[in-house]
Every structure is written in structure tokens, then in C-alpha cells.
Design a protein around this ligand. Structure first.
Ligand code: CTP
Length: 406
């Protein structure tokens, strides 16, 4: 355990693309209203939009860098970072030019590259002169985008900049926010689901000052809890020893020993849709734990007795429809074979096999391993962040729940 506090950013993440039109100033209010609705907003202004609203405004309002090109921070591969973290991309205002680029699949700046590299839903909020909106070229580009599942809002009719009047006006902020909320809700993978997650390591007492423990920091289990919460699940975490953390919205049940963990899991399992056993449970405990401190000259050997395997016990009571995810810590070269045996023996639906050879992974933010399950192609991770694994696990739990009708 590093002792360093594990921090989970709150809320779902929106990338707000701002294009070069006068309505860019209205996007400042949109950003604020999205924050009020609980979204974490990162702004990607196009270069031309900076003529209307400067980078400093976006950075001050969002609290995050507001880059426009892929060349400003090449080491961080900003387009991929933004593309991966986005739950939703909102382009508001969107100009005819940016709409055309996206329709053509072009990647000419940070915004268009991010759109191309992301699997997130895209909401486009056009604002432009009526002649541009009603031009056949724009009409066709919008048709292309809509046929690909991009949501393009219709601009409003009303006063435009200068003396002009007509269709092309930026919609009211409240209309955009409700559209974002609707889309974001539809993207929640575990809404209405109850997910039970164990995290961290157990401690088995030898005497009042000594215990048998392990290196687990709880980071992987907590990342899954965070991802499940972000996807609308009701989350209970049964936590053994972990690094300190804050996880708003989850019920936290603290336990010490494997037996306490078993009892907490058993009492919550029946009402859960999914169980994720990410905890490092001690396989054995001292046969006798002493109520008084054992003197060093008496400390020659400790007899152990096996702990029950929580996962095995609980999975026997699995109802049709419940999804169980196990973990395995392995030092062998054939991870899939070793994990496959545990998957079957423990009656789990999914199993993440950690490659812990060389003492890696415990207490770290990165992990290497493979996610396996009946009926899914193995998903390999190499030096990936534990959030990435968490995302994949949550996605697969949602798929399994949907398939099993649970
Ligand atoms: N597990 C459990 N109860 C235990 C031990 C492990 O529920 N008493 C769970 C862990 O939470 C994990 C899975 O079983 O999801 C596999 O744990 P692992 O330590 O890899 O395997 P073991 O079953 O302990 O087998 P071995 O130590 O022999 O590899």
C-alpha cells in the first residue's frame, strides 16, 4: 500500500467542442450549466473560435487545459486522451465548416481528430447564417452525420448577428442541457443495477499486534466501483485494507478478516445483480489467534487453517441472471489456461487474470493481464491503467446482464 489517497473525479465527462462563430460566447454559459448538472467538462476550442472567446476563459471556467491542436502537447497524445475519457462529445456552436469536416471523417485539428478517435456519442449544435444552414452542401453533410447516429440539433429561427433574421440561431442553453442529459442517461450501462464489489486485502490476526496480510491497495476494486457508479449502478463496496479513498455515492462496508468479508458478501449477494470479487482474500488464517501479545521467544511457528473461498461459496447460490466476476493473481506464463481453470472452478462469468510475476501490479495504478469469460474474446491489457480494465469489466457485466435477462 502506498498510503497515497486514491482520488476519483466526480461526474461523467463531456468534451465541449467550440467552433468559430459568434455564438461561441453563449457556450461559456453552456459550460457552466453542464457543470451544474454534474458533468466534468473539457473544452476543445477550434483555432478560429479563439477570435471570439480566448483560451484563458475556457481554462478558467473548466479548470482544465483547452488545447486546439494535436501539436500543443504531443507527448500526451491529447486527442486520444480526450477521446478515451469522453462519455459524450458536444460541439456547440458547430460551424458549417466543422460539420463538413466531421462528415468527411477528416482529422485536421484537435476537435476533429478527437471526434474521429472516440467511440463516444456526438451531439452537434449548429449555429450559422441561414444561407449556410440551408445550403445543399450543409444539408447533405447533416444528413450524412444523422445517418451515422450523430445527433444534430436543429438551430432556432430568430435574430442573428447584425441585422439578419432567420434559421441558424444557437438554441437556448436549457434545450441543449436537456438533450445532453437525455443522451447521457441513455448511455448509462448499469442504471438500476445493484453491484457488490470487494476491494483490498484481508488481515488475519495472529495476536493484538501482528497479522497476516497482503500487498493489495484496493485500487482495482475501487476503480470498478467508480466506473459502476458512473454508469448509474447502486454500488456497495466491501473493503478490507485499502489505500485511503473517497468514493462519493457508494455504500462502504469495512471489514478486516476473510470471515467478516464472507459474511458481508453473503448478506448482500442475494439482492445484487452482480458481484465483483476484486479483493485479495487471505487463503488461510492462524489456527489460534492469541488474545495477548505473543512473546518473541514463543513465536516459533504459526499453525494455519484454511479460510473458506468466498467466491466459490457464493457462486453456488448464483441465480440465473446474476453475474459474478472473479480475479486471479498468477505468475505463470499461460494466463488464459490458469485463469480459465479458475473461471470454471469458481463458477464465475468473467475473470480478470493479473500477471503478478515479479511482484508487479499490487499497489500500482497500472496493470497487465487478460479479461476472460465464457462467450467473450479475451481482452488483453499491457501496462494499462486500472480504470481501463474497470471500464472493460463494467461493459462486459452490462452485456452479460442484458444477455441473461437478469
Ligand atoms: N477468493 C475468495 N476467497 C478466498 C480466496 C480468494 O473469494 N478465500 C477470490 C478472490 O477474491 C479472487 C479469486 O478468488 O476473485 C481468485 O483468487 P486467487 O488468489 O488468484 O486464487 P486462489 O483461489 O486463492 O488460488 P491460488 O492461491 O491457489 O492461486
Amino acid at each position: 500500500m502506498s498510503g497515497e489517497k486514491i482520488f476519483f473525479p466526480r461526474g461523467r465527462q463531456v468534451v465541449l467542442g467550440v467552433c468559430g462563430g459568434i455564438a461561441a460566447y453563449k457556450a461559456c454559459d453552456l459550460l457552466r450549466r453542464l457543470q451544474d448538472a454534474g458533468f466534468l467538462v473539457r473544452v476543445i476550442p477550434t483555432q478560429s473560435s479563439l477570435n471570439f472567446v480566448g483560451r484563458a476563459t475556457w481554462e478558467a471556467l473548466s479548470g482544465q487545459p483547452a488545447l486546439s491542436t494535436v501539436w500543443e502537447n504531443p507527448a500526451q497524445a491529447s486527442h486520444l486522451a480526450a477521446a478515451d475519457s469522453a462519455d459524450l462529445i458536444v460541439i456547440a456552436p458547430a460551424t458549417a465548416e466543422t460539420i463538413a469536416k466531421i462528415a468527411q471523417g477528416r482529422a485536421v485539428d484537435l476537435l476533429t481528430t478527437t471526434v474521429l478517435a472516440s467511440t463516444a456519442r456526438v451531439l452537434i449544435v449548429p449555429a450559422m447564417h441561414p444561407n449556410m444552414w440551408l445550403n445543399r452542401a450543409t444539408i447533405q453533410n447533416v444528413e450524412i452525420l444523422r445517418s451515422r447516429g450523430v445527433i444534430v440539433m436543429d438551430p432556432e429561427v430568430g435574430r442573428l448577428s447584425g441585422k439578419d433574421f432567420g434559421v441558424g440561431r444557437f438554441p437556448e442553453t436549457s434545450a441543449i442541457v436537456s438533450q445532453v442529459l437525455k443522451l447521457s442517461k441513455a448511455e448509462l450501462l448499469l442504471e438500476g443495477r445493484k453491484v457488490l464489489i470487494t476491494a483490498g486485502g484481508t488481515r488475519e490476526e495472529i495476536d493484538p499486534v501482528r497479522f497476516i496480510g497482503n500487498k493489495s491497495s484496493g485500487r482495482q476494486g475501487l476503480a470498478i466501483a467508480f466506473e459502476a457508479l458512473r454508469n448509474g449502478a447502486e454500488v456497495t463496496v466491501v473493503a478490507g485494507q485499502t489505500d485511503p479513498f473517497e468514493l462519493e455515492g457508494a455504500e462502504i462496508v469495512r471489514v478486516n478478516t476473510a470471515d467478516e468479508m464472507r459474511s458481508a458478501v453473503e448478506s448482500k449477494f442475494t439482492s445484487s445483480d452482480a458481484l465483483v470479487m476484486a479483493a485479495a482474500v487471505a487463503d488461510a488464517r492462524p489456527a489460534m489467534s492469541s488474545a495477548t501479545k505473543i512473546r518473541k521467544n514463543e513465536l516459533k511457528r504459526i499453525d494455519l487453517t484454511a479460510n473458506p473461498d468466498i467466491l466459490c461459496k457464493v457462486s453456488q447460490k448464483k441465480n440465473r441472471g446474476q453475474v459474478i466476476v472473479g480475479f486471479a493473481a498468477e505468475t505463470v506464463s499461460d494466463l488464459i489456461k490458469a485463469g480459465g481453470e479458475k473461471l470454471i472452478n469458481k463458477n464465475a462469468d468473467l475473470l480478470y487474470v493479473n500477471d503478478v510475476s515479479g511482484g508487479a501490479i499490487f499497489g500500482e495504478d497500472q496493470t497487465s493481464g487478460v479479461l476472460i469469460g465464457l462467450g467473450i474474446e479475451p481482452v488483453f491489457f499491457n501496462g494499462a491503467s486500472k480504470y481501463e480494465v474497470a471500464k472493460s469489466i463494467v461493459k462486459n457485466i452490462a452485456k452479460k446482464l442484458e444477455k441473461s435477462g437478469g
